[in-house]
Design a protein around this ligand. Structure first.
Ligand code: ADE
Length: 345
């Protein structure tokens, strides 16, 4: 196997030639290399922080149609921004985009990595991506894909964040930093995949120590998984799936969204679910009705399970169509709609 450091120009040329031929054609990859439109690039990078490319495509188009310019985003009410982000999850991203748009509308787009990093919702990965893609700055991105590619290239079973950043900085092609970053992203997403790497198609195969050892998928060694936290709550539908009592959520995850009134409970305590339903209805001045069923939503570290009940009384219902709702709320409304449909068919 050729020594990686001596061969750096060939290795870079091989990956970039592969990217020029096979790189993914994605809507945010328009414009001259190193001079991407910063608005479109920024929206895409924030979206892709926690959303996979295949799902992100639809959300990206919808968001850009709603807010074609940074000024349009800055001028919009937060409720409209959350509505355009609806279904995408991790709503702090939408709130931060909105706040940052107001800064950019005043000061203009950042002109260097540090300026990007100062904006709400922009961390080192996003700042490196944006400064390389739209400012041609030599900044290497470092995420899970990059970690896997570099761990395999060097047959490093336990790559620390500092090690990955150092290797990524050393490999980055200073002549084409944005293309280099996206080439590594694409290699990790399409060829150097977690379980079944396609080494036969890999432009870096000649330099890959993990491939030479015969066990590329063994790198990096699996991390101990954080336990998934289970959260249980009761939720009530007062009204119909089209006109219902909604409350505005607070907190980092769903803050600003609207949803069915809900009350968490501890399933380990006997009678806690019934008590939560009574407490929730008492707070709303409502009367509990029939159970409608259960809905669940799984995220990376959390699984939320709701027991949904009909209820009567309480505050006046409002039109649900104009409000931004979480996916769990949509599931609860669909459940109620399915119940209503089955009663009349
Ligand atoms: N993931 C994060 N940024 C990306 C980009 N620019 N292209 C494809 N996948 C990405």
């Amino acid at each position: 196997m050729p020594a990686l450091s001596a061969d750096l120009p060939d290795l870079r040329a091989a990956l970039l030639a592969w990217f020029d031929r096979q790189g993914r054609d994605l809507p945010w990859r328009q414009g001259p290399e190193g001079q991407r439109d910063p608005y479109r690039a920024w929206v895409a990078e924030v979206l892709l922080q926690q959303t996979q490319v295949a799902r992100g495509l639809g959300y990206y188009q919808r968001f850009l149609t709603a807010f074609p310019t940074v000024q349009a985003l800055a001028d919009a009410p937060l409720a409209d921004v959350l509505k355009a982000w609806e279904g995408c999850g991790y709503y702090a991203r939408a709130r931060n985009l909105h706040r940052a748009a107001q800064v950019i509308a005043q000061q203009g787009f950042p002109e260097a990595y540090g300026g990007w990093l100062d904006l709400p919702g922009v961390g080192p990965y996003t700042a490196a991506a944006l400064s390389s893609l739209s400012l041609n700055e030599t900044r290497a991105v470092n995420d899970g894909n990059v970690r896997r590619v570099l761990a395999r290239l060097h047959a490093e079973p336990q790559p620390t964040p500092r090690w990955v950043q150092a290797q990524a900085d050393a490999l980055l092609d200073p002549a084409r930093p944005g293309a280099w970053n996206e080439a590594v992203m694409d290699l990790g997403a399409t060829v150097c995949t977690p379980r079944r790497p396609q080494c036969g198609d890999c432009p870096l195969a000649a330099w890959c120590a993990a491939r030479a050892g015969g066990q590329p998928a063994a790198y990096p060694a699996p991390k101990a998984r954080a336990a998934v936290q289970e959260v249980r709550a009761v939720a009530v539908l007062i009204g119909t799936p089209q006109r219902a009592v909604l409350e505005q959520r607070e907190g980092a995850l769903l803050g600003g969204l609207w949803g069915l009134p809900a009350q968490p409970y501890d399933p380990a305590r006997p009678g806690a679910q019934a008590q939560a339903l009574r407490d929730l209805c008492a707070r709303l001045h409502a009367t509990p009705g029939d159970p409608l069923g259960e809905v669940t939503h799984a995220m990376t570290h959390r699984r939320v399970i709701w027991q949904v009940y009909a209820a009567t009384g309480g505050p006046p219902p409002a039109d649900v169509r104009g409000a931004a709702l979480s996916r769990l709320d949509h599931k609860a409304l669909s459940l109620a709609q399915a119940r209503a449909d089955s009663l009349f068919t």
